[in-house]
Write a protein that binds this ligand. Structure first.
Ligand code: F6R
Length: 612
C-alpha cells in the first residue's frame, strides 16, 4: 500500500526520492507526489503512476537537498491529484506524507474548521498536518513537540514524515502500526516505509517502533523520542537485502523471477535449520518456545490470502504428523468474532509482509487472552515479528510481485519443519518416517527445478485457455489448499474468475457449472487420496468437462483421462504442495501475460495490506 520516502543530506533530493518511489511501486498505489525544500516548499503531485508525476514535474524547479515523496493507495477520498500526498498545512509552512488511517479524523476536522482551517482534500492526512500546525502556533513549541502532542490526540495508524519551512534542515518521522525505517548514510539520512529505497545507499538502518518519533537533522545524530517524551536509543541494524534482489535480473516480470527463485528460496529457508544427513531439525527462532508448541492443546493459525492457504497446509501437517488439533482462521474474521482462546493455545501468525493490519489485530486479541504467539514472516524487522513472542523468518528474499509465490513455498517449508520438530518432541513420528521426510524435503529444490524446466509446455497450455472466463481448481487432502492457491493466483493477476474446492465437494454444487467451456484443473498426484481423485475426474469427464491435470510423473492412468497433463516428480504427499503449486503459478502467470495484464501490479491490489 502507500509508500514513503524522505531524504536529507548533501545531495539533490529529487532523483533519490523518485528512484525510491519507483522501488516502492510494487506495493500498489494510485497517485504520487513529492515536496522539496529550497527557500520555499515546492510541492508536486499527480494521479496515476510515478512516471506520470515525473512527466508532470519535467522542466519545473526540483532543486533542494531535503525532500519527502509518497505513493498513495486511496482510502479516504478517491485517487486524485488533490487527495495525493504530500499535503500542505493551512499556511503552507508544513508538508506531510502519511501512511495509515486516522480513525477520529472527522471529529478533529470539525474542530479545526471551527478554528478557521480550510480543507482542500477528502483525506484524513490533511487533518493531521493542520492539527500539528495549530498546536505549533498555539503552544509555540518546536516542530517535534507539536508532532508529539498531535499524535497523542489521534486514534489510528500512521507512518508520517513532516517538513517545515521554518526548520529547513530537519525532518520529523513517526510511526504507529505502519512501518518506517530510517537509513543512516554518510552525513545523510533516508526515511522509507520499507528498506527497498534505502538499500543502495546504506545498509545501516533503524526500524522505528510504534509511537516513536525520529528527529532527523542535518549535521546531527539521529535522535528518537516516544510520544510519552521518553528518549530512546536508536538500535542500528544491518540490512541483509541486496540491490540485485530488487531488480528483475533479465526476467520480464518480478513474478516470473520469483517463481524461478523458489529452489533457492526454499534452500535459504532451510539453511541452518535442516541437517538431513544428521537427522536434525532446529528452528533457532522458536527454540525457547518449542516445548510450548509441542505441549499446545491446540494451534490456531491465523493469516490472510496466500498466507492463509499456507496455514491450511499447516493444518494438515500439524494434525497428521504431530497430532495437535489445529484451527485455521482468516485474521479478518478472527479479530472480530470474539474467538475462544486459551492460555495453552499456540497462535501461529503467517505473513509475507509482516504488516498486514488484520493479522496484527489478530495478534492483539491472542495476546490479550494470554496465548503464546509465534510468527512465520518474510520481511525482517517488520511489525509482526516485533509483536510475536518468537518466530521464524522465511528468508525467501524480497517479494516484489504483488502475487505471492516464493513466500508461499517458503512458508510451507517452515511449517513442514515446525510440524516435524513438534512431532519429534511429542513422539508422534517414528525415526524412520522422520528421516524419510527430512531427506525428501532436502531434495525438494531439485524437484522444483525439474518442474520449472516445463515452463514452455505450461506456456502452451496457458495459450489454449487464456480466453476462458471461469476456472475450477480441485484437489483433496494436502492438495486442497493448493487448489485454493491456484485459483487465487489466476484471479488476482488475470482477472479471470476462478474457484478452488475440495474435489469431493464438487458434487454438492459446483458440478452444475461443468460444461466444455469451463476448464477444470485437477491436482491428482499419486500419493494420498489418489483413487478418490480419479473418481472425481471421471465424474467431470462424464459431463464433458475439459481437464488440465497436475499428476505424478509417469502416471498413465491420469494421462489417459485428461485433456492436458503437467507432470511433477513423485514425492510424499506431505511434501506435494511444494511441488504442485509451481505449475499453477506458471499457468496463471502466462495467462495473465497473454491477456496483457499488469502482472506485477494487478489492478486494485496492494502488496502489503496495512488497512482493514
Ligand atoms: C496473494 C497475496 C495476498 C497476501 C495477503 C496476506 O498473492 O499476495 O493474498 O497473501 O494479502 O499478505 P501477508 O502474507 O503479507 O500477510
Amino acid at each position: 500500500m502507500c509508500g514513503i520516502v524522505g531524504y536529507i543530506g548533501p545531495k539533490e533530493a529529487y532523483p533519490i526520492l523518485m528512484k525510491g518511489l519507483h522501488r516502492l511501486e510494487y506495493r500498489g498505489y494510485d497517485s504520487a507526489g513529492v515536496a522539496l525544500m529550497d527557500q520555499e516548499i515546492k510541492l508536486y503531485k499527480q494521479k496515476g503512476k510515478v512516471s506520470e508525476l515525473e512527466a508532470f514535474v519535467k522542466g519545473k524547479d526540483v532543486k533542494g537537498t531535503v525532500g519527502i515523496a509518497h505513493t498513495r493507495w486511496a482510502t479516504h477520498g478517491e485517487p486524485s491529484q488533490i487527495n495525493a500526498h504530500p499535503h500542505f498545512s493551512e499556511t503552507k509552512t508544513l508538508a506531510i506524507i502519511h501512511n495509515g488511517i486516522i480513525e477520529n479524523y472527522s471529529v478533529i476536522r470539525e474542530e479545526l474548521k471551527r478554528r478557521g482551517y480550510h480543507f482542500s482534500s477528502d483525506t484524513d492526512t490533511e487533518v493531521l498536518v493542520h492539527l500539528i500546525e495549530d498546536i505549533k502556533f498555539n503552544e509555540k513549541v518546536p516542530l517535534e513537540e507539536a508532532v508529539r502532542i498531535a499524535l497523542t490526540q489521534v486514534v489510528g495508524a500512521y507512518a508520517i514524515v513532516i517538513m517545515s519551512k521554518l526548520s529547513p534542515n530537519k525532518l520529523i518521522a513517526a510511526r504507529k502500526g505502519s512501518p518506517l525505517v530510517v537509513g543512516i548514510g554518510n552525513e545523510e539520512f533516508f526515511i522509507a516505509s520499507d528498506a527497498t529505497p534505502i538499500v543502495e545507499y546504506t545498509k545501516d538502518v533503524v526500524y522505528l517502533d510504534d509511537e516513536e518519533i525520529a528527529i532527523v537533522e542535518r549535521d546531527k545524530e539521529l535522535s528518537i523520542i516516544d510520544i510519552r517524551k521518553e528518549t530512546k536509543t536508536p538500535y542500528v541494524q544491518k540490512l541483509e537485502m541486496s540491490l540485485s534482489e530488487l531488480e528483475k535480473g533479465g526476467y520480464d516480470h518480478f513474478m516470473l523471477k520469483e517463481i524461478f527463485e523458489q529452489p533457492r528460496a526454499i534452500k535459504d529457508s532451510m539453511r541452518g535449520r535442516l541437517n538431513a544427513p544428521l537427522g536434525i531439525v532446529k528452528l533457532g527462532g522458536i527454540i525457547d518456545y518449542e516445548q510450548k508448541l509441542a505441549k499446545a492443546k491446540r494451534i490456531l493459525i491465523t493469516a490472510c490470502g496466500t498466507s492463509w492457504h499456507a496455514g491450511l497446509v499447516g493444518e494438515y501437517l500439524f494434525e497428521d504428523l504431530a497430532r495437535i488439533p489445529v484451527e485455521v482462521e482468516y485474521a479478518s474474521e478472527f479479530r472480530y468474532r470474539n474467538p475462544v482462546i486459551y492460555e495453552d493455545d499456540v497462535v501461529l501468525v503467517i505473513s509475507q509482509s509482516g504488516e498486514t493490519a488484520d493479522s496484527l489485530a489478530a495478534i492483539d486479541i491472542a495476546k490479550r487472552n494470554g496465548a503464546t504467539i509465534l510468527g512465520i514472516c518474510n520481511v525482517v524487522g517488520s511489525s509482526i515479528p516485533r509483536q510475536t513472542h518468537a518466530g521464524v523468518y522465511t528468508h525467501a528474499g524480497p517479494e516484489i510481485g504483488v502475487a505471492s509465490t516464493k513466500a508461499f513455498t517458503a512458508q510451507v517449508t517452515i511449517l513442514t519443519l515446525m510440524a516435524l520438530r513438534a512431532a519429534q518432541l511429542r513422539n508422534t513420528i517414528s525415526t524412520t518416517r522422520f528421516n524419510q521426510l527430512i531427506n525428501e524435503l532436502d531434495i525438494i529444490p531439485e524437484k522444483i527445478e525439474a518442474i520449472l524446466r516445463q515452463n514452455d509446455k505450461i506456456k502452451k497450455i496457458a495459450a489454449k485457455f487464456k480466453d476462458s472466463r471461469n476456472f475450477l481448481y480441485l484437489g483433496r487432502g494436502y492438495n486442497f489448499p493448493v487448489a485454493l492457491e491456484g485459483a487465487l493466483k489466476l484471479k488476482e493477476i488475470s482477472y479471470i474468475h476462478a474457484e478452488g474446492y475440495p474435489a469431493a465437494e464438487m458434487k454438492h454444487g459446483p458440478i452444475a457449472l461443468i460444461d466444455k467451456e469451463m476448464p477444470i484443473v485437477f491436482i491428482a498426484t499419486r500419493r494420498g487420496m489418489y483413487e478418490k481423485v480419479i473418481t472425481n475426474i471421471q465424474e467431470v469427464k462424464a459431463r464433458n468437462g475439459v481437464i488440465i491435470a497436475i499428476a505424478t510423473k509417469g502416471d498413465k492412468e491420469v494421462a489417459k483421462m485428461v485433456d492436458y497433463l503437467i507432470e511433477i516428480p513423485d514425492a510424499d504427499e506431505v511434501l506435494v504442495p511444494l511441488l504442485a503449486v509451481i505449475p499453477l503459478q506458471l499457468l496463471s502467470y502466462y495467462i495473465a501475460v497473454m491477456l496483457k495484464r499488469n502482472v506485477d501490479q494487478p489492478r486494485n491490489l496492494a502488496k502489503s495490506v496495512t488497512v482493514e
